[in-house]
Design a protein. Structure first.
Ligand SMILES: [Zn+2]
Length: 326
């Protein structure tokens, strides 16, 4: 009885509370967030959907809610698709974050044929550290020739910019095809959303029992072991059909990453959690599409229980601080 009183008392005062333990530690990174703010800049007319508003001030408040003392972690703004290649909203936000002394970086989407080296250097000065290529074409088959051409072209342009990477969202099986080509690229790759690896609930029946040996998995691990790729633990709801915040089928995948490539995983909330786009049409473009409701502290707690506190710290602090540098 008395020991119970002592332990509950000590956890209330000095030791971090249960909740705090699972939040973001000092110097942590959230490496994947978006801002949607039509007041700062209009969406592209050819966008696939119109999201709800997610202005910078709401992002800052969300980010503060993930730390014990309402401090901001380091952020990586990722250019979202409704703005296509117009990164002006992201650049305005990077400037605001800089003015507020919040450590932030950006991953841009650009029409490189119409972007000068001087413009790239300006973007670098505000914290941009890479280019995003999204080849997760919904349902459509990926044109691998186009993908390789885009990788080579992008790497060629950004290789002289210190710390710049290519952030790549592709179906997982394509890592087999890309493995040797990526070894030859002069820049590193960030593999978005678990590298496209799907939990068993999202795999075809013949692959359900082998999620950690699904096509592409070995190649992704090999590239990460050679430090050519960092795998982003993010967008879990995109890779699993389990009910939100459980993601049981992703546990073997993420635990394998933690065991095999602990120094090459990073974490991103993917806030504000856009939908999967399965029912987007020309008509839905006129309506603001709601975001998913995601319990981020519950996900962080789950991840820590799966991978252990040492690896959790690497994923949140050590690895991204090595990858994104001022
Ligand atoms: Zn995202």
């Amino acid at each position: 009885m008395s020991s119970q009183i002592i332990s509950s008392h000590s956890s209330d005062s000095n030791a971090p509370s249960d909740l705090t333990r699972f939040l973001l530690p000092r110097e942590a990174f959230d490496t994947h967030v978006h801002v949607f703010d039509p007041a700062l800049g209009q969406y592209d007319a050819k966008r696939a959907y119109t999201p709800e508003d997610a202005p910078l001030k709401t992002l800052i408040a969300f980010n503060q809610s993930l730390s014990a003392e309402a401090r901001n972690s380091k952020l990586v703004l990722v250019q979202p698709s409704p703005y296509k290649t117009d990164c002006s909203v992201m650049m305005q936000c990077l400037q605001t974050l800089k003015d507020r002394d919040i450590n932030a970086f950006g991953i841009a989407v650009l029409d490189l044929d119409n972007t000068t080296d001087a413009q790239l250097k300006e973007m670098h000065a505000l914290g941009v550290r890479g280019i995003r290529l999204n080849f997760q074409a919904d349902g459509k088959k990926v044109n691998t020739d186009k993908l390789v051409a885009a990788l080579v072209r992008t790497a060629d342009r950004i290789q002289y910019l210190p710390g710049w990477v290519i952030q790549l969202f592709i179906p997982g099986q394509l890592w087999d095809y890309l493995h040797d080509k990526i070894l030859e690229l002069p820049v590193r790759i960030i593999a978005d959303h678990l590298g496209g690896m799907r939990g068993s609930t999202k795999l075809p029946s013949e692959l359900k029992s082998m999620s950690t040996s699904q096509p592409g998995f070995e190649s992704l691990l090999s590239l990460a072991k050679q430090s050519r790729v960092y795998v982003k633990i993010s967008g879990l709801y995109r890779m699993s059909n389990c009910p939100a915040s459980t993601f049981d089928d992703l546990q073997p995948i993420i635990q394998t990453f933690a065991q095999e490539i602990p120094d090459h995983i990073i974490w991103g909330s993917d806030w504000p959690h856009t939908g999967d786009g399965h029912n987007r049409t020309e008509n839905t473009l006129k309506v603001k599409e709601p975001f998913r409701i995601i319990d981020n502290p519950a996900i962080l707690k789950m991840l820590q229980s799966w991978i252990g506190s040492d690896c959790y710290r690497k994923m949140l602090v050590d690895n991204p601080n090595r990858l994104y540098q001022k």
